[in-house]
Design a protein around this ligand. Structure first.
Ligand SMILES: *[C@@H]1O[C@H](CO)[C@@H](O)[C@H](O)[C@H]1NC(C)=O
Ligand SMILES: *[C@@H]1O[C@H](CO)[C@@H](O)[C@H](O)[C@H]1NC(C)=O
Length: 412
């Protein structure tokens, strides 16, 4: 009963995809003859709905952080094709503007969560504060209280991940988890393991998909412009949303000309802020997945998460949030924010990256790997078109990326 109320609430609150977008989708050859009602039905499913529709068991848990954020964890305790459990626990953490949905959205035998579950892993998927599944707090209202949104990925790494991982360890009784993260799911991991080094021993191994630490070589035009305008902040914040990152239409339209082509799929994607930030390749995109993708992304982030990345682009440092000189003195007792002590990351880390990734440039990934206490290796995904989001949604990910994750996990 509780589960149904939960699902219904989320379905009502969030699955409000714009009818105009659905009409555009309908115009794609892939959706010729599909009614609006059917398309809309596809967009109304939540993560537990999607998991159950694939015939897998699904569980949902809530944890509360020390600063009052109520986070949702999704779990697939065992795959439907697994003969038996291998006794290992996997923890998956999504990227910016995303949610646990990333790990299952492409469906069974394609999403990493299903593949791991079928290998016998007990799979847990985190949701960072501020996304659609973790948009609640013991005292603050995300729709009314600006204070709710005063966090960046520093808090996700320093507070949310430790809280979720401790919960998983307690629930399962294992001493450590097999961690895979995508994008911000790697940034927050490096924050956790450098800022709270005692968490290294709770990580059996970490696999970074499109790792993000240093960012001064990234090539996303959207991020470049954000970083450039980060200084005259007032104007920028009006355009992209002061608290929650919700860029206004005029802002998105002006970026359209930078990144959009004539292809109709491209046009639909470039109106979506996640794809506008991270880029996309038609070659790796499954058009049939679009309504579901549109319904689940963007899943919500704070403006500070974006601004914090903008600071990395400008500074070339991987360090805590820059509040400005005076505020920094108060918070950190120094002019500049402190760097993350990456040598303290002693958990074994493997990095998977690609050349067409707008955000995780090879130079930045290499520098990150060099600075970590225990970077075990970097692996290039050699498909030319493969980009940042293809690690999650790309057609080749289940064939090229996830078998590598499984084999790296099995070394430990
Ligand atoms: C948010 O959390 C409060 C408990 O602090 C709870 O009463 C409320 O139902 C939650 N809201 C949603 C939408 O889950
Ligand atoms: C494309 O997505 C649809 C809808 O999720 C799915 O049924 C289909 O198998 C996918 N195709 C490939 C090649 O992955």
């Amino acid at each position: 009963m509780k589960y149904f109320v939960f699902c219904a609430l989320f379905a009502l609150t969030y699955a409000n995809v714009d009818v105009n977008q659905l009409k555009k989708l309908q115009a794609l050859p892939e959706f010729a003859g599909v009614s609006l009602v059917e398309l809309e039905a596809q967009t109304r499913l939540t993560v537990p709905d999607l998991i159950e529709s694939e015939g897998y068991p699904s569980e949902t848990y809530e944890v509360t952080t020390e600063d009052g954020y109520i986070l949702t964890l999704h779990r697939i305790p065992l795959g439907k094709n697994a003969k038996k459990s291998n006794g290992k626990v996997a923890f998956l953490q999504h990227g910016i503007l995303s949610s646990s949905c990333d790990w299952i959205i492409t469906g069974s035998s394609k999403g990493l969560a299903y593949i791991l579950a079928d290998e016998g892993y007990d799979v847990w998927m985190g949701n960072a504060r501020g996304n659609r599944y973790s948009r609640n707090h013991t005292t603050l209202n995300p729709d009314k209280d600006s204070k709710f949104w005063k966090f960046s990925w520093h808090q996700i790494g320093a507070i949310d991940l430790p809280t979720m991982i401790d919960f998983v360890l307690e629930k399962t009784g294992v001493p450590s988890v097999y961690y895979a993260g995508h994008s911000q799911g790697t940034t927050s991991f490096f924050v956790m393991t450098s800022f709270k080094p005692e968490y290294n021993e709770k990580i059996k191994v970490q696999v970074s998909l499109a790792p993000i630490g240093f960012m001064n070589h990234m090539t996303s035009p959207f991020f470049r412009i954000l970083a450039f305008w980060g200084k005259p902040l007032g104007l920028l914040l009006d355009l992209i949303g002061v608290d929650e990152f919700l860029p206004n239409n005029a802002f998105m339209d002006s970026f359209g000309s930078v990144i959009c082509g004539d292809h109709s799929i491209t046009q639909i994607l470039c109106e979506n802020v996640l794809f506008a930030l991270c880029g996309f390749s038609n070659k790796e995109m499954n058009a049939t997945l679009l309504p579901t993708l549109m319904a689940h992304t963007p899943a919500g982030s704070s403006t500070r998460q974006i601004m914090h990345y903008g600071q990395e682009i400008n500074s070339g440092h991987f360090r805590q949030y820059d509040f400005g000189l005076i505020e920094n003195e108060k918070v950190y007792k120094t002019h500049s924010p402190p760097d993350y002590k990456l040598s303290q990351v002693t958990a074994p880390v493997y990095m998977l990256y690609s050349h067409n990734d707008w955000l995780a440039a090879e130079k930045d990934v290499t520098r990150l790997c060099d600075k970590l206490g225990n970077c075990k290796g970097m692996f290039l995904i050699s498909i030319e078109a493969f980009n940042h989001l293809d690690f999650m949604y790309g057609l080749s990910a289940p064939k090229i990326v996830y078998p590598k994750v499984i084999s790296l996990f099995s070394r430990h």
